[in-house]
Design a binder for this molecule. Structure first.
Ligand SMILES: C[S@@+](CC[C@H](N)C(=O)[O-])C[C@H]1O[C@@H](n2cnc3c(N)ncnc32)[C@H](O)[C@@H]1O
Length: 358
């Protein structure tokens, strides 16, 4: 087998496929993606032996917008006997690297609910059998590859592995987050997920520190502001819409009923700019660039609305234009974009001003 399995949001398979095709070509790996609409996964077939391994090792998952997980496939099984699904999986186990963990999964599509119950039940006996055979280490080891058995139908599965240095740590590539009962809107989870995704936990103390100032453009009713307030920051919330009263009562929020495209901070003390205005992506990207160029904020997290078609191509164009704009002004930056679990028709971008390397 010489395939790479990528999980994505159902309905975004073509975008995930366009992206993996482009990124593999860039690294000199040739192949083609197999796409089934609404399957929530893409299978990329590499032409050259060993290339699937290369992709999961050398292509950073972080550099992909639409893929939630990336797995090198070593075997594919179908028509498994319901009385003994384990033996055929063990029989192909020799093609796997020694694993430190096992995830029996299914892509996050319409059939997932029904299959998940089985996956969970099947995990325990399969783990025992794989350990006995030496395919899995006797104890979980977070440094060793993760073995994935992905059921795409009741008797059909793909078997492979991901590397912990280049995978999503989450089961099915999906972070689980609890909606905080006192948050004013569900979109609060989008910013929370973005913080988890883009900011390494060990840097939270310095980069998401209490007492920092933030600006939230398109803040009403306050789901994103809530995340900042929760971290003891002070927030300029910009929106003609009303802000949640409880948030206002904290004394940490300053509401500006203004146009987010015209708002300018009066002091240069802002660390974070966040923006959830539903607007033309090119306009939002340009605005974010202006803020960084002016030095009005150090880091930004913002949404870019996805177009109806050629989503990968167009979003890449927006990001490239933003990058070129920052280059023109000699601003060194880091930029990453992801179609997060809580994103639907938009992606989330993290942009950070950095010191230029000498
Ligand atoms: C998706 S909602 C934001 C939800 C918010 N992030 C939350 O978590 O509660 C988009 C908001 O952007 C605001 N908006 C759209 N265009 C704007 C503009 N030009 N200036 C300021 N706010 C704008 C809308 O009023 C709306 O409240």
């Amino acid at each position: 087998m010489n395939q790479v399995l990528l999980y994505c949001r159902a309905g975004f398979e073509k975008d995930c496929a366009a992206e993996i095709q482009q990124k593999t070509t860039d690294m000199g790996v040739y192949g083609f993606p197999r796409v089934v609409n609404h399957s929530a996964y893409v299978l990329f077939e590499c032409y050259q032996e060993g290339d699937a391994e290369r992709v999961v090792r050398d292509l950073p998952l972080d550099s992909l917008i639409f893929a939630r997980q990336m797995i090198a496939i070593t075997a594919s099984l179908s028509e498994l006997d319901p009385d003994d699904r384990i033996s055929p999986i063990l029989a192909v186990g020799e093609h796997l690297p020694k694993g430190g963990d096992l995830r029996v999964e299914t892509p996050d599509n319409d059939e997932a609910k029904a299959l998940l119950k089985f996956c969970r039940k099947f995990t325990v006996p399969l783990r025992q059998a794989l350990r006995k055979k030496g395919v899995l280490l006797a104890k979980d080891n977070p440094k060793k590859p993760v073995i994935h058995v992905c059921f795409t139908a009741p008797g059909t599965c793909l078997i492979g592995y991901s590397l912990t240095t280049n995978n999503s740590p989450h089961y099915m590539g999906l972070p689980r987050m609890k909606f905080p009962a006192d948050a004013p809107s569900r979109s609060t989870l989008k910013l929370e997920e973005a913080f988890h995704h883009f900011i390494p936990k060990q840097e939270w103390e310095t980069r998401l520190a209490p007492g920092m100032w933030a600006v939230d453009l398109g803040a009403s009713p306050g789901g994103w502001t809530y995340q900042l307030v929760k971290r003891s920051m002070f927030v300029h919330a910009v929106d003609n819409g009303a802000m949640d009263e409880q948030l206002m009562e904290t004394g940490q929020v300053f509401h500006h009923a203004e146009d987010g495209f015209k708002f300018e901070p009066t002091r240069k003390n802002v660390t974070w700019l966040v923006c959830d205005m539903i607007e033309k992506p090119s306009r939002v990207a340009q605005l974010m660039g202006e803020w960084l160029i002016e030095g009005w904020a150090k880091e930004a997290i913002f949404n870019l609305k996805l177009p109806m078609s050629r989503r990968y191509e167009q979003v890449t164009e927006n990001l490239d234009t933003l990058g070129a704009f920052l280059d023109d002004y000699n601003v060194a930056y880091e930029m990453r974009a992801k179609h997060l679990y809580h994103d639907r028709e938009e992606i989330t971008v993290h942009l950070r001003r950095v010191k230029r390397q000498r």
